[in-house]
Write a protein that binds this ligand. Structure first.
Ligand SMILES: Cc1cc2nc3c(=O)[nH]c(=O)nc-3n(C[C@H](O)[C@H](O)[C@H](O)COP(=O)(O)OP(=O)(O)OC[C@H]3O[C@@H](n4cnc5c(N)ncnc54)[C@H](O)[C@@H]3O)c2cc1C
Length: 406
């Protein structure tokens, strides 16, 4: 069987994999990306909101934007939407196909060899070299270093045994509809805002979103898998057709596509092994409270590329050397991911949430903090410090109200 040799093989052409590959190639490393789909990003269910921070980190041009976003509207427990507007853009609405195609082109320009329609089905390490088998190809691919950037159900993680499968308590389940609406109606109803909906009527342990694109809306619901006992389909139907505010915002729209997907909602270490790195969703680089993963994947991908290239230059891809990758991503994005899990457990917990969040929904200071977090303007730690007194105040009031109504 023919063999193709590279210094590094990256599995998966999502933002994590393409950023890692680009960083490696820019440092003179011979790198291949193996992607199972024909068009990077096209099949990936995603809301497609990229924060301004993610744009800067990934050097993503404004020209990819379907719409520029500069405001967030939040509704809690069927209360009217309340707006938090920003002076400057807070991020962009894009499609994953546009992002994937752009990053792929850029990676190739930097010397990365991207192989589409290449699904990795086996990887084994033998004599200091990874031997990677791709479905229906007459060759194997070999490299001294392997990067698993193949998403939440990572084949690389499973085949190499680097991490156990995510448990139901570490995964979110999502459903997202594409709703067709004219660009003029979208502009009139949403302006430059995107919308978030919270409350137990939306879903048991999560939230709903409406992200306006050029000529359609991405309407989704996400919930912690372990807390979800029935399919999210009925929640989505209610949200689109029966929710007093959302149904008005979506009036006249036509659902053209529905997708379902998992998303990691956890904080995990152990993203490196002997000659092996996991990046992006494969490593759990996604916020447990917002489900935002694009920026974290981009950031972790870049770090993986830098460290991988450095280790190859020293001819040492041992776990001991690659450990620096985990140290660096922990320093850059680890705090957000850790606090995301804590906040998730605090805010989406049990029946008290309703009365607490009701009170908070009326408090603009809290709304502003929440919006700052969603758009990446505030670190999670900072949010906790600012929100803790407000939270305690509303918790006491909320519990008081709940007691009074018993
Ligand atoms: C419904 C939904 C909405 C979301 N909305 C947002 C949002 O608005 N903003 C945000 O920041 N984040 C959002 N996220 C999270 C975000 O999509 C992910 O965190 C991000 O895509 C992770 O990037 P990645 O490169 O790690 O993985 P992915 O984007 O999943 O890329 C993995 C790639 O690996 C490929 N692959 C998988 N297995 C193999 C294999 N065996 N061989 C070869 N290739 C393989 C896949 O085809 C895919 O291209 C959302 C997630 C979901 C599910």
């Amino acid at each position: 069987m023919k063999i193709k040799h590279f210094d590094v093989v990256v599995v998966g052409a999502g933002p994590a994999g393409l950023m890692a590959a680009e960083e490696l190639a820019q440092r003179g490393v011979h790198v291949a990306v193996l992607e199972r789909d024909q068009i990077p990003g096209k099949e990936k269910p995603c809301g497609g909101f990229l924060t301004a921070k993610g744009m800067v980190d990934g050097r993503i041009p404004l020209s990819l934007a379907e719409r520029v976003t500069s405001g967030v509207s939040i509704s809690i427990s069927k209360q009217p939407l309340r707006q938090v507007n920003y002076e400057n853009p807070i991020g962009v609405q894009l499609t994953r196909e546009a992002l994937g195609t752009y990053l792929c082109k850029r990676a190739r320009k930097n010397g990365v060899e991207v192989y589409l329609n290449h699904e990795v089905i086996e990887c084994k390490r033998d004599n200091g070299c990874w031997k990677i088998t791709v479905r229906d190809t007459p060759y194997t691919v070999q490299s001294p270093l392997l990067v698993g950037a193949d998403g939440v159900s990572s084949t690389v993680a499973r085949l190499t045994g680097l991490r156990r499968r995510f448990t139901r308590n570490q995964l979110g389940i999502t459903i997202q509809a594409r709703v067709e609406l004219s660009p003029a109606t979208i502009t009139e109803r949403f302006g430059k805002r995107m919308e978030f909906y919270y409350g137990s009527n939306i879903c048991p342990f999560g939230y709903a979103w409406i992200f306006p694109k050029h000529d359609c809306l991405y309407v989704g619901i996400g919930s912690l898998l372990s807390a979800t006992t029935t399919s999210l389909d009925s929640y989505l139907t209610y949200f689109i057709q029966g929710h007093p505010i959302a149904s008005t915002q979506l009036e006249g729209g036509r659902v053209s596509k529905i997708e379902r997907a998992l998303v990691p909602l956890t904080y995990r270490t152990g993203s490196y092994g002997e000659a092996l790195l996991l990046v992006g969703d494969a490593a759990g680089h996604c916020s447990a409270i917002t489900g935002e993963g694009l920026h974290y994947s981009i950031a972790a991908g870049r770090i993986a590329g830098r460290i991988g290239a450095d280790c190859l230059a020293r001819s040492d891809v041992s776990a001991r050397m690659l450990r620096r990758y985990e140290h660096l991503w922990q320093r850059e994005i680890g705090n957000d991911l850790k606090w995301g899990v804590r906040l998730r457990n605090l805010f989406f917990r049990g029946s008290q949430t309703e009365s607490i969040s009701f009170g908070m929904g009326l408090d603009y200071r809290f709304l502003k903090l929440a919006a700052d977090l969603i758009v990446g303007f505030r670190s999670y730690r900072d949010l906790v410090l600012q929100a803790a007194p407000l939270f305690l105040w509303h918790r006491v009031r909320g519990l008081g109200r709940a007691k009074g109504s018993n």
